[in-house]
Design a protein around this ligand. Sequence first.
Ligand code: DCP
Ligand code: MG
Length: 416
Amino acid sequence: MPKPRRWIAHLDMDAFYASVELLRYPELHGLPVVIGGGRRHQPVLQGDGSRRFATLRDYQGRGVITTATYAARAFGVNSAMGMMKAALLCPQAVLLPVDFDEYKRYSRLFKAAVAEVAPVIEDRGIDEIYIDLSDLPGAQDAVAHDACGGVRALAQEIRNNVRQSTGLSCSIGVTPNKLLSKIASELDKPDGLTVLTEADIPGRIWPLAVRRINGIGPKAGARLQALDISTIGELASKPRDWLIEQFGRSYGRWLNDAAHGVDERAVVTHSEPVSMSRETTFERNLHAVADRQLLGGIFTQLCEQVAADLQHKGYRGRTIGIKLRFDDFRTVTRDLTLAQATADAQAIRHAAGQCLKRVDLTRRLRLLGVRAGGLTRQRDDAATPRPGLPHGGQRAGQRGASTAADAGLFDGDVAG
Ligand code: DCP
Ligand code: MG
């Protein structure tokens, strides 16, 4: 049996945040709308049942636009543009506040809809994924005169399923690899489907600007421009050795491959962690009162480790929990859901302390654990990162931990 041909899809939701908002406010359909700013821009329900929306014209401040509807983009308004600047281009644009929780909910929904059709998915953030279609039934088939008919039909089915379960449109590129698919998904946006093979590279890829390649950023783009290379085709025409001379061995090789549409990277499926936790079993059973200082220090360390793990992996947790095991091997857990997800050691420590207050600590403890659940990616939060904690501190359970911050922690926790 010959190896099946690789078919990789890249799916990107269209004007994602704005499209989710339009599901709530269908009267805005077709109008220029931008998403950005805080709660104060929330629409106001009026006496006659209609809503009054904020517009860019009235915006004062330094906020930036997260995204804009295609109607707003027609005025030159774009992601990351300052709202005051955008107001000059399109003062009548409706301004809506950002609601990440809602976008995350739709993110999960569209990914689940894709997974029903094609389960081999690489998560690339809130509104994009790669999907390996190669092994799906029909993917390798021709349909009538269309040699790619089978895979095209699968991509169409994915789009239909996303629309059916979310009401949202997406754009998909299907090609032999991730690099080309990422480019292809943008070629017919919004609501587009573009299928390309290697044979299409000269006609469809080479005329595009080098910056369309994911991995050629502003710096490399400027250097290429200075070398008189603007399009991917111009890049492809340069000898590999010359590119290596200019850009070094690794990046030079990669530029050469990319320009020729060569990319062997696999679709990496990994499930997102649901929680991160640290726990420790003590060398001897400890008592909340008699070993208060020691326990307090260990408790703080566990919180610091969970915070460091979250920060290191780029997550925040919204539900902070503790786990205790007593000398009779009984295990209890308590948790607390915060208003806002956090990766901050002190905030975790505070929440975990609250949880601890809800446990009867009469018996001696064998084990103590701290957990952060309800994880979200930091990027998805779009919140400012917290200052990092030093990594690799003392191991939990080690003796002689600092206790200064913990005085009073176990106070009043002993029942009876
Ligand atoms: N986003 C953001 N800040 C940016 C760019 C994007 O917060 N500078 C958010 C808002 C977008 C979402 O991420 O809705 C997805 O980003 P995309 O680049 O895919 O942009 P859109 O989905 O909005 O539009 P497109 O139709 O071009 O994909
Ligand atoms: Mg998008």
